[in-house]
Design a protein around this ligand. Structure first.
Ligand SMILES: Nc1ncnc2c1ncn2[C@@H]1O[C@H](COP(=O)(O)OP(=O)(O)OP(=O)(O)O)[C@@H](O)[C@H]1O
Ligand SMILES: [Mg+2]
Length: 498
């Protein structure tokens, strides 16, 4: 390699290994990043992406391996040292202080001072300068709790800039963004690249990778499995590197026999939902499309008794009252929530305990719960959903992001619902497991389970639904058959332009 090319490499990680108990999260991994490059780090759930990035940001200490920054070996003992070296992360789960302002969040622990006191004028001034750099404008004194996920992400990016970062790591940044917000983020990423800042970008959305990536590096089971320049690769090649096989049919939709109306929802009204009515049949997969924030989750939360709302719900023609989630579960409903971290999991409990928590009541009521069956039930879903664990006793909190989500889904399926509501079920889930989830949806529909899927991914929505309802600003704006639906039609109904 010539000198010129060599100096182009800003970061080199080599022989990195990290084990947790019996699991080798990383096994002799290497990673190279060039100046001003957008390197996409890909791999299935549990492949080791976040762990590798945590090592780079000083959060996790590896068992073995070296890191070189601009040719010099560095020792990233803690997150502060990572910042000093100019390495910053926009995390998968944003860690911020919601009750502090934007400017306080950015400069926490290193406020500008004047006469021993915090110099708020200077603090504001510096924050505004960062906003100018990104071409965004909000009040530096705004509380972070009042910000959207996208805005919080921008705060993290400003924080990274405030450290004069040479390398910024994005761990699944677009999973909760609207397409508009995603475009803003992509523009910022492109601007940072122009400034010569290197970026490592983790995502399960291949369209993101092809939109902004320069180069791809793939991990599989904690090892390097290959990579290449984005312009030289297609999605089949990338998927093959990730899963080690070709996925022939990403959307294995089967036509099932659709039965009688099991659920009728009438005039649901609250602050987020306006007069929403719909019907759902046994064996039917009903997709809900729309932009993030269109009121789809809120409608389902109302149906599940999680939020208060007026309106009526009928099951098999009889009015029921889901005043609380417990009522709803007793009435045969189950919900895989959108925000699985907050709503779906008890992170300190084991996977087995988490899966059983919801099914426990149901099974014991029917009088056939025993330890053997508990295990069987958990085993089955861990296998089907390919949940990567060292043991079923592993705490849910130490699973990779995507695997935590799979536990929530397993937990929900273990209740044997008649009406299953899945809110963005494949967000943060790798391609291979997505297909497994679609298969489960099919199988359940075949057994007569009535299924609602909220999805902001149009190809997914169109390919798995028998029927699609679109919402915008709390209102149902249209309905169509799955096979007749077109992306443009859904987008039109979902956005104001309609
Ligand atoms: N603190 C921990 N204790 C035990 N195991 C852990 C811990 N952190 C990570 N692991 C394990 O290391 C492996 C790699 O996890 P990691 O979070 O790096 O995956 P990932 O590639 O980021 O996956 P995802 O796409 O799901 O976010 C997983 O098997 C995970 O369970
Ligand atoms: Mg991760």
């Amino acid at each position: 390699m010539g000198e010129e090319q060599k100096s182009n490499v800003i970061l080199k990680m080599q022989h990195i290994s990290k084990a947790y108990g019996g699991i080798k999260a990383l096994d002799d991994v290497e990673l190279e990043v060039k100046r001003g490059e957008i390197l996409c780090l890909l791999g299935e759930n549990g492949a080791g992406k976040s762990t590798l990035m945590k090592i780079l940001s000083g959060v996790v200490i590896p068992n073995e391996g070296e890191v070189f920054l601009e040719g010099e070996k560095i020792n990233i003992k803690n997150p502060n040292i990572a910042h000093e070296y100019g390495i910053s992360t926009v995390h998968q789960e944003l860690i911020q202080f919601p009750d502090m302002t934007i400017m306080e969040n950015i400069y926490a622990g290193r406020y500008p001072k004047k006469n021993g006191l915090i110099d708020f004028k200077e603090l504001r001034h510096r924050t505004e300068a960062l906003m100018d750099e990104l071409g965004i404008h909000f009040d530096p004194g705004e509380y972070v709790r009042n910000l959207s996920v996208a805005q919080r992400q921008l705060v993290e990016i400003m924080k990274a800039l405030s450290f004069h970062s040479k390398i910024i790591i994005f761990d699944e940044p677009t999973s909760s963004l609207t397409s508009e917000e995603t475009n803003i983020l992509f523009k910022i990423i492109a601007d940072l690249k122009k400034k010569g800042i290197s970026q490592i970008y983790i995502s399960h959305r291949l369209e993101d990778i092809f939109a902004i990536g320069d180069r791809i590096s793939v991990l599989r089971d904690g090892k390097n499995s290959g990579g290449g320049m984005v312009k030289d690769m297609d999605s089949d090649q990338v998927i093959a590197l990730m899963v080690g096989r070709n996925i022939e049919n990403q959307f294995p939709k089967e036509q099932t026999e659709i039965g009688d109306v099991i659920l009728k929802v009438e005039n649901i009204n609250n602050k987020n939902v306006k007069n929403a009515s719909f019907e759902l049949r046994r064996g039917e997969v009903l997709g809900f499309g729309g932009l993030v924030g269109a009121g789809r989750s809120e409608l389902m939360r109302a149906v599940m008794g999680l939020d208060k709302a007026s309106g009526k719900i009928y099951k098999n023609g009889q009015e029921i009252h889901n005043n609380t989630p417990t009522d709803a579960i007793r009435n045969g409903f189950a919900l895989v929530p959108e925000d699985r971290k907050d709503q779906g999991l008890v992170l300190i409990l084991s996977i087995l305990q988490n899966i059983e928590m919801s099914s426990l009541k149901r099974l014991s009521k029917l009088g056939f719960m025993n330890k053997g069956q508990e295990k069987e039930c958990a085993d089955e879903y861990i296998k089907v959903l390919q949940i990567k664990t060292s043991s079923k006793g592993q705490s849910a909190g130490s699973l990779s992001g995507g695997n935590q989500q799979k536990v929530v889904i397993a937990k929900c399926l273990a209740t044997n619902p008649e009406i299953l509501i899945l809110d963005e079920p494949t967000r943060g889930i790798d391609v291979g497991s997505k297909t497994e989830i679609y298969k489960i949806i099919n199988d359940l529909a075949k057994k007569g389970v009535a299924i609602i899927v909220i999805s902001s991914e149009l190809p997914e929505l169109l390919n798995i639904s028998d029927r699609i309802i679109v919402m915008r600003e709390g209102v149902i704006t249209g309905e169509m058959k799955g096979i007749e639906a077109k992306e443009e039609t859904v987008m039109k109904l979902a956005t104001k332009g309609a």
